[in-house]
Design a protein around this ligand. Structure first.
Ligand code: ADP
Ligand code: MG
Length: 240
């Protein structure tokens, strides 16, 4: 069964339609990457999936159930943005624990365990007592990812999470994200990027978007070897 199914999803802001009928199945445990030019609707599509924006029409299903009207907090989704908005006055530990303290029935010990496990996965254990301003950009982005992990989501949405990092940190954090996907069984990831290398190395499948529509979906090899348009070829870097 598909983890996420989009059926003829449309989104308009006022009179302007920016998502124009998207059909897509993302499989459980899949790493799906969205690419496409600036303004084609990648962020909007993530926000629709997370429930931060309402769809204008169409149907969205998670594990076979319609979630069109389900509140964001009930969707089992964690979102990691480009600008990792950490709480500046809280330690790394408290930043990571904060969401859990809002959940009912979480004991202090259970919270500590989950934070420590996430910190270990991301190798930020030494920084748990620091404030965000005492961390590098890459470390801060790991904390933001760690904060998402502690919520134990079924689906991760990443919106260009590495674009504020310098080249070396981008590679290191990318490898960290790939490892995370491997370690977390059946966690589905949808990842928006501008970076071809990120798309090719992380994706099980890549979805190429163009002006609010899907141009092509396929594995990196499929898109590389059989792009169905010059547009797709241009994004994947093949010679067609
Ligand atoms: P991408 O992430 O691919 O760069 P976006 O999803 O951010 O693209 O935007 C797609 C289109 O929708 C753009 O034309 C953008 O201006 C428009 N848009 C996004 N959010 C809003 C909004 N809240 N109100 C009006 N227009 C919006
Ligand atoms: Mg965007």
């Amino acid at each position: 069964m598909a983890s996420i199914e989009l059926r003829n999803i449309r989104k308009a802001f006022g009179a302007v339609e920016v998502i124009k009928g998207v059909d897509l199945e993302v499989r459980k445990g899949e790493f799906m990457v969205f690419v496409g030019p600036s303004g084609c609707g990648k962020s909007t599509l993530l926000r629709l999936i997370s429930g931060l924006e309402d769809i204008t029409s169409g149907e969205m299903l998670f594990d076979g159930k319609v979630v069109n009207a389900l509140a964001p907090s009930k969707r089992g989704i964690a979102m990691v943005f480009q600008s990792y908005a950490l709480y500046p006055h809280m330690t790394v530990y408290d930043n990571m624990a904060f969401g859990l303290t809002l959940e009912k029935g979480q004991t202090k010990d259970a919270i500590r365990q989950r934070v420590e496990k996430a910190a270990e996965m991301l190798q930020i254990t030494p920084y748990l007592d620091r404030l965000p301003k005492q961390l590098s950009g890459g470390q801060r982005q790991r904390v933001a990812i760690g904060r998402a992990i502690t919520r134990d989501p079924k689906v991760f949405l990443f919106d260009e999470p590495l674009s504020n990092l310098d080249a070396a940190l981008r590679v290191a954090t990318r490898i960290e994200i790939a490892k995370l996907h491997e370690e977390m069984d059946n966690v589905t990831m949808i990842y928006v990027t501008h970076d071809q290398v990120e798309a090719m190395t992380l994706a099980d499948r890549i979805c190429v978007l163009r002006d609010g529509l899907i141009e092509q979906v396929g594995s990196p090899m499929e898109l590389y070897e059989k792009p169905n348009s010059v547009f797709v070829a241009g994004f994947i870097g093949s010679p067609k």
